[in-house]
Design a protein around this ligand. Structure first.
Ligand SMILES: [Zn+2]
Length: 399
């Protein structure tokens, strides 16, 4: 395939220029101005659009195994491709939890089905059954494909167990992901353990000014810690709960405007590493329950590119791309994140073309998003995984 006429933005390679990209046999084969199509080569007109390394969402709940009414690998990966993601890392809060080599192997076997539209990287549990009591064979799990370890929404409460997890998982080189619910105290505890055990850590969905500042300070003083944000914490506040009740329920909860503004400033200052989604699909019935019993979380894959551009319209394009590609790929230690010759042919093409979110048209089974009905300024044009076109938007490339 030949991508013609686009603006190639590859921050890891320091490239921002009008360049064509040739893909062959699953890899980037050639980059240059005005490449001529070769016989039999498929071409994609990217004039007016940005051609970027494939986006990687490092925080997705795919619900496999165990919850096919909420999402499947086919629907979740199709939602990812529509959202411009060529790869997603999936959380272990499944049934059973992703806590053994056999369960990881089963997931990765299903992920090879041709129906699955993007690469799937499992995040394994930190403890047996995510119950916070028993450590696991981290080296074995990493060898089986785990890109990180997390107990997801049930973070390890016992400090001694958490320390044991850190010391045993450290040699894998894979990060521990703190998916804190009671955010500020848990982030503080984990940053202390990261320092004491010299273990690589990642703080998922940072949502408060206090946590963002704590991560930045830890990093300044030598702790190996990275962090991500979600689009909903940058844009919405607890006001939304008053308006929408259970439909606005998410963890960590939506905060005040001061926190949302502080997070946007943290991104601008370069203190946040990755744009994630925390894609958390549920059935419509589970979201419609009264607030106390409503399911927590939003579907995020199909709005992320537009939502982040909406939240941070002034963010330089190279930073925007890095937050979605090079940075999460580096944090997870997975291939991609660049389009230099020889890299995987994972490409996201997007354009500054306004569109209106219509959740009823989502590929995801989850339809609950606070962005529903909003006009967003940036849209995905095409998603290419290992050289195959997995999504192509209808209509012209640019506005
Ligand atoms: Zn999550």
């Amino acid at each position: 395939m030949l991508l013609r006429g686009g603006r190639l933005v590859d921050p890891a390679a320091g490239i921002d220029a009008l360049l064509d990209v040739r893909l062959r046999a699953g890899l980037v084969r050639e980059i240059g101005p005005h490449l001529a199509p070769e016989p039999g080569e498929e071409t994609l007109d990217a004039a007016g659009a940005v051609v970027a390394p494939g986006f990687v969402d490092m925080h997705v709940h795919l619900r496999d195994p165990g919850f096919p009414d909420k999402e499947t690998l086919a629907t979740g990966s199709r939602a990812a491709a529509r959202g411009g993601f060529t790869a997603v890392a999936c959380m272990p809060n499944t049934e059973p939890a992703l806590d053994s080599v056999e369960i990881l192997a089963g997931l990765l076997r299903r992920a090879r089905d041709p129906e699955v539209a993007c690469r799937i990287y499992p995040i394994a549990a930190m403890t047996r059954g995510r119950r916070g009591g028993e450590t696991l064979d981290y080296a074995g799990l990493a060898a089986a494909g785990a890109v990180a370890f997390s107990d997801d929404g049930s973070p390890v409460a016992d400090d001694a167990i958490m320390r044991a997890v850190a010391l045993r998982a450290r040699s894998t080189g894979r990060r521990l992901i703190a998916h804190a619910e009671d955010e500020d105290p848990m982030v503080r505890r984990d940053l202390t353990l990261a320092r004491e055990t010299a273990t690589a850590w990642h703080i998922a969905h940072v949502s408060t000014a206090v946590s963002a500042a704590a991560v930045a300070e830890a990093r300044r003083t030598g702790v190996d810690v990275t962090c991500e944000v979600t689009p909903h914490h940058l844009v919405f506040t607890s006001e939304l709960v008053r308006e929408r009740g259970g439909g606005a329920k998410v963890n960590p909860p939506l905060r005040g405007e001061d926190d949302a503004r502080a997070l946007r400033d943290s991104v601008r200052r370069g203190e946040v590493d990755a744009f994630a989604t925390d894609h958390a699909p549920h059935t419509a019935r589970e979201k419609a329950l009264p607030f106390e019993r409503a399911a927590m979380g939003f579907t995020g894959l199909e709005v992320a590119v537009g939502a982040y551009a909406y939240a941070l319209p002034d963010l330089p394009l190279a930073r925007f791309v890095a937050m979605l590609s090079a940075n999460p790929a580096r944090i997870l230690g997975v291939p991609g994140g660049t389009l230099t010759v020889g890299s995987p042919a994972d490409v996201t093409v997007f354009a500054d073309r306004p569109w209106t979110v219509r959740s009823e048209a989502f590929a995801s089974k989850g339809r609950s998003t606070p962005f529903d009905g909003m006009r967003l300024p940036r849209a995905v044009v095409a998603t290419i995984v290992a050289g195959s076109l997995r999504y192509r938007a209808e209509g012209p490339v640019s506005a």
